[in-house]
Design a protein around this ligand. Structure first.
Ligand SMILES: [Zn+2]
Length: 387
């Protein structure tokens, strides 16, 4: 089956202007000013009348199999549901385990990834959890990455946090080297997704690893860089040294007294001289967002959602005045390049047909791997157990 989308205002993310896009199966096969084909039983034509067309969003950090639990068993978050991705325009997701590498397993994240793939979106995962030594499937981080199709790296490994196992430089170096070599053998990124906590000078453990070895900062993908002012300040220096800087979108505005708004954080980083291609958004969806009163009692419990990416993307454009084609990069081609997902994050011939159409500031249609998942703001495909 082929679909011809007529007169789309294409942001690839570069602004290509009004184009026709032809997809066949799961691939984009042609982009041109005017593709002349007749509708048939093999070809559907969709008139887009100048709707903006952007790549399907790539979210590099979601707790797809649930997370949390730091406030007791009742604070464990549920698994991600397919419709939560679709309503957010996210067509590619990287799953991770998180804090709880003790009662949850990498195997359950892997099976959830298989489930999301079967439901129609693209999904990969990180092996491991917060802790070092970190849980794996085969017994070794590198072996997991090399031989298990869905595994592209390890993480999120916690550093500079009260929940971190505080790996020393040699432990972190060994883990990173295994991830790197596993990635080379498996043709993957082999990247180490790093959870940064609230400690001051949070990037120091990563500098220590690079100072003691031939590992480069680009082997790490540190997240939560906007969690407070001083972490963002350090992230500016880290980014200028060539490191990647990932901004978490879904925890805002639950901690507004110290968190930097994601849309503003990107502009701050760019103005400080961090290359835009080093900056990414991830939602951290399905992470628990507990709120405590002054006595430390749990008073509210929320869960992050993938739609925070799109909200912050729009705020970058509408509030901060950043051009859409630049704003888009942090949630499309930048994560695709950093995570070595070569068919993702761009609208181009030969890439996967992951497409999001916008009317104004809202998502109108979502196509994942060539299939309509949302049409005219109505979700057509839901997860197996969703109502
Ligand atoms: Zn985290």
């Amino acid at each position: 089956m082929m679909i011809l989308f007529k007169k789309c205002d294409v942001y690839s993310p570069s602004h290509l202007g009004i184009k026709d896009i032809l997809i066949a199966g799961s691939k984009i096969i042609a982009i041109a000013d005017d593709i002349k084909l007749q509708e048939s039983s093999f070809l559907k034509i969709v008139q887009c009348n100048g709707l903006k067309l952007i790549p399907g969003l790539v979210d590099g950090h979601i707790h797809i199999a649930g997370a949390g639990g730091e406030g007791g068993p009742s604070t464990r978050t549920p698994e991600l549901q397919l419709s939560q991705l679709i309503e957010a325009g996210v067509t590619t997701v990287i799953g991770c385990l998180g804090t709880d590498g003790m009662t949850r397993s990498v195997e359950s994240v892997l099976m959830k990834a298989k489930s999301l793939r079967a439901e129609g979106v693209s999904c990969w995962i990180y092996t491991g959890a917060y802790q070092v030594p970190t849980p794996t499937i085969t017994g070794d981080v590198g072996k997991d990455i090399a031989v298990i199709d869905e595994i592209i790296g390890v993480g999120e490994i916690a550093i500079s946090d009260h929940r971190s196992s505080c790996p020393n430089t040699d432990e972190l170096l060994k883990l990173t080297e295994h991830a790197r070599v596993g990635g080379m053998l498996g043709g993957k990124a082999g990247i180490v997704n790093i959870h940064l906590g609230d400690a001051h000078n949070p990037f120091q453990p990563l500098y220590d690893v690079t100072a003691k070895s031939m590992i480069k900062l680009t082997q790490f993908f540190p997240t939560h860089c906007n969690r407070n002012d001083y972490t963002l300040e350090d992230a500016k220096e880290y980014g200028k040294k060539g490191g990647y800087v990932d901004i978490t979108t879904s925890s805002y505005p639950y901690f507004p007294e110290y968190e930097v708004k994601p849309s503003k954080a990107v502009i701050d980083l760019v103005n400080a001289g961090v290359p835009l291609e080093n900056i990414t958004f991830t939602s951290d969806a399905c992470g628990s967002l507990p709120g405590f009163d002054e006595n430390g009692n749990l008073v509210k419990l929320e869960m992050g959602l993938p739609c925070a990416n799109f909200r912050e993307l729009m705020d970058m454009v509408n509030v901060e005045g950043f051009p859409l084609e630049k704003a888009l990069t942090v949630i499309t081609c930048n994560p695709a390049d950093i995570l070595k997902l070569k068919n993702k994050g761009r609208i181009a011939e030969g890439k996967d047909a992951d497409l999001v159409f916008l009317s104004g500031n809202e998502i109108q249609h979502v196509i994942a791997m060539g299939e309509f998942m949302m049409r005219d703001k109505i979700i057509l495909k839901k997860g197996s157990y969703e109502k």
